[in-house]
Design a protein around this ligand. Structure first.
Ligand SMILES: Nc1nc2c(c(=O)[nH]1)N[C@H]1C(S)=C(S)[C@@H](COP(=O)(O)O)O[C@H]1N2
Ligand SMILES: [Mo]
Length: 336
């Protein structure tokens, strides 16, 4: 048997769950035929995950097929976010190295993610709001003023990329909802359909994927709802038709394929927090000085070049977000 030693930067979140869960999972994964997934992780270079000659109509880097929003892109770049201080990650690399546990626990989920049905896609906005509403993603996307922003992106697993998202500020959606007095948080939820997304048959994971922000975080200009990437509609593996992007936080906060936004006065428990609260919390702000219990967060590896670069506090966005946390005393929990 070949033992493949994973590099610490490439440790998937699934490897850091309690041992009992992991043991169960391994036997189930094995039964499901996932036994060889370690091999795919071991290569270390994301580019190796591209599958040339794959028998799918869609290939990473293509404009998504059968996507109703193709005509909307590209959109104008917001000059305030035109330069992320690092080179853009090549599109094909970013769109073939993904985390989307609904479609599997490994990085090469893009072929399976093509099963995601985009129409109809209903988005519900509810909870403590003046304007609760249920609308089609199509109506929502066409209603919003779309812009492009280049952001750095940092996964808690210590890999990083730089990508041009298209979409709209989350604050516009919150404003449309009209939070009532006393509301404090925004809870977001991903679709649940285990027939379409086989990863959701994995009962050890707390489906549906849930994330949350304080309303102040949601109102920060950086918080973004992405509907596109690289001047095209969002491919399914990136979380079509709409996903969150919070570039000062670890990537797991950036919940994909959202179906519900709920304004609430209760702090939501996120997917990863529910699975392993000692390692993943509500805040998850990037900080090189607070190590993950299992690895350092001091540096990150660019998924295209493999280059190790120093990690910056708030992923370098402190000027815009640090003030959100003055007076928030949650110790190192603010950073995991
Ligand atoms: N619904 C859902 N959203 C998710 C995830 C997921 O598994 N399911 N993974 C998260 C993690 S850990 C990361 S790093 C980013 C990855 O986004 P990308 O694949 O578009 O780069 O998505 C986040 N959003
Ligand atoms: Mo992540």
């Amino acid at each position: 048997m070949r033992i493949i030693r994973r590099r610490s930067w490439n440790l998937p979140e699934r490897d850091v769950t309690p041992e009992a869960v992991w043991r169960d999972r391994r036997s189930v994964l094995k039964a499901m035929g996932f036994g060889a997934m370690g091999a795919a992780m071991g290569g270390g270079v994301a580019g190796a995950l591209l599958a040339p000659g794959h028998a799918h109509a869609y290939q990473p880097g293509d404009a998504p097929t059968d996507n109703p929003w193709t005509g909307l892109y590209p959109v104008d770049r917001n000059p305030a976010y035109a330069d992320a201080g690092r080179p853009l990650t090549p599109e094909k690399i970013a769109s073939s190295y993904n985390n989307f546990y609904e479609f599997g626990t490994h990085k090469r989920i893009w072929p399976d993610a093509q099963k995601l049905t985009l129409q109809p896609w209903t988005v519900t906005i509810d909870g403590m709001v003046d304007n609760p509403q249920t609308l089609d993603a199509d109506a929502l996307i066409r209603k919003m003023a779309l812009e492009e922003r280049i952001y750095r992106f940092r996964c808690v697993e210590a890999w990083a990329m730089v990508v041009p998202w298209s979409g709209f500020p989350l604050s516009a959606l919150v404003k449309m909802a009209g939070p009532k007095a006393g509301a404090k948080y925004l809870r977001m939820e991903t679709f649940e359909d285990s027939g379409m997304a086989h990863g959701q048959r994995s009962i050890w994971l707390p489906w549906p994927y849930v994330e949350g922000l304080t309303l102040d975080e949601a109102a920060n200009d950086l918080a973004f709802i992405a509907t596109g990437i690289y001047g095209k509609p969002l491919p399914r593996q990136h979380g079509a038709p709409l996903r969150l992007v919070t570039p000062w936080k670890y990537g797991f906060k950036s919940i994909k394929s959202i179906v519900r936004f709920t304004v609430t006065d209760e702090r939501p428990t996120s997917f990863w927090e529910q699975l392993e609260s000692r390692e993943y919390g509500f805040w998850a702000n990037v900080n090189p000085e607070v190590a993950h219990p299992r690895w350092s967060q001091a540096t990150e590896k660019m998924i295209d070049t493999g280059e190790d670069v120093p990690t910056l506090k708030w992923n370098g966005y402190g000027e815009q977000v640090a003030s959100l946390y003055t007076g928030v005393n949650d110790g190192d929990r603010l950073f995991r």
